[in-house]
Ligand binder design. Structure first.
Ligand code: TRP
Length: 331
């Protein structure tokens, strides 16, 4: 089985776009590979959260991923900061990472532009920490979205550089995990494209949303004056509603409204009401599970501890080899 590592940023709540994107793939990945999923709480310090926010976010994300089906019996699920071996490897990798190449990373340049008053060294060395996350387990694969492609390129550079520098074959050069089938792109409700892309209230349906919130957001979704010609092409905002219906509703429901649209009889209000109820039906089990898990400190503690133990065993074995080839020897 192939070793796969993926970091999860502890920011925000999971929405339907996350579920039909990354999470569905994680669920498949954990069946077929030796997966290491961790919550990247070191990485999140670049934004300077308060201790309460940091802990609260990690708890929320852990509970949500477990609620969707990430399984601590199948994958190693852990909190990054529970594995101090990662920080040591990060320090060692930083010695061979050049400031120039780090400054040229697009995600770094973007941060400099967006938050000029908080350009910290953690942002600059974000790619070396990511490299440590992955190669500490000698992982071969990393699932990466478009926005992480350059980070993967940096991981490959740093892993190769280490191997070359010490003339070893210690680290596999990680490659992108291939999801096989195309990723389903879930649109947002405010006509702004991908769900979660805009911060606007009402753009995303969260797995933890109460039914009332779901109804309100769906009923406010952008529509138009309605079709004027039979079988006309759907404008983007309308197509978005159909795409959402496609993932949460029964096939017959989707076909019914499609037919109504094509014959110019559609009433968007009815369609939205149905869509909202189907979304509630879909998300309700997740919401209940999230709430139950968030309140179950004992279970979360058990999961985190079990994950940390497995992750540390794997990390410590690698770090021992690394220290040895670098030349740290006991007197
Ligand atoms: N940078 C990733 C993100 O923003 C999170 C992450 C941290 C990660 N370390 C990783 C992903 C290692 C894959 C492998 O989503």
């Amino acid at each position: 089985m192939e070793k796969v590592v993926s970091g999860i940023r502890p920011t925000g709540k999971l929405h339907l776009g996350n579920y039909f994107g990354a999470i569905k793939n994680f669920l498949r990945m954990q069946e077929e590979n030796n997966c290491y999923f961790f919550i990247a709480d070191f990485h999140s310090l670049t934004t300077h959260p308060t201790p309460e926010d940091l802990h609260g976010n990690v708890r929320q994300v852990l509970a949500e991923y477990l609620a969707t089906g990430l399984d601590p019996e199948k994958a190693v699920i852990y909190i990054q900061s529970d594995v101090p071996e990662i920080t040591e490897l990060y320090l060692l990798l930083n010695m061979n990472a050049y400031v120039g190449e780090l400054e040229r990373c697009t995600s770094f340049k973007e941060k400099v532009r967006k938050q000029p008053d908080n350009v910290n060294a953690g942002l600059l060395t974000y790619p070396t920490l990511m490299t440590a996350d992955v190669i500490i387990h000698k992982a071969a694969k990393v699932p990466v979205g478009k926005d992480q492609e350059q980070n993967l390129e940096m991981m490959r550079t740093f892993a190769r550089r280490f191997n070359r520098m010490y003339q070893v074959d210690m680290f596999p050069i990680p490659t992108a995990y291939n999801f096989g089938q195309a990723l389903v792109k879930i649109p947002g409700l405010d006509g702004s494209g991908k769900m979660g892309k805009s911060e606007g209230e009402g753009n995303a349906i969260f797995l933890s949303d109460e039914p009332k919130a779901v109804r309100k957001k769906v009923m406010r979704a952008v529509t138009d004056a309605g079709p004027t010609q039979m079988n006309q092409q759907k404008p983007e905002a309308i197509q978005n509603l159909f795409t959402l219906m496609d993932v949460v509703s029964e096939k017959e429901t989707l076909e019914f409204f499609d037919e109504q649209y094509n014959s110019c009889k559609i009433r968007y209000g009815d369609m939205k009401k149905q869509l909202a109820e189907d979304m509630i039906k879909f998300t309700e089990p997740f919401r209940e599970k999230i709430n139950q898990l968030k309140a179950d400190d004992k279970y979360l503690h058990k999961v985190a501890e079990m994950g940390a133990e497995k992750a540390r065993a794997s990390a410590a074995a690698t770090l021992k080899e690394v220290r040895d080839v670098i030349g740290f020897r006991k007197f």
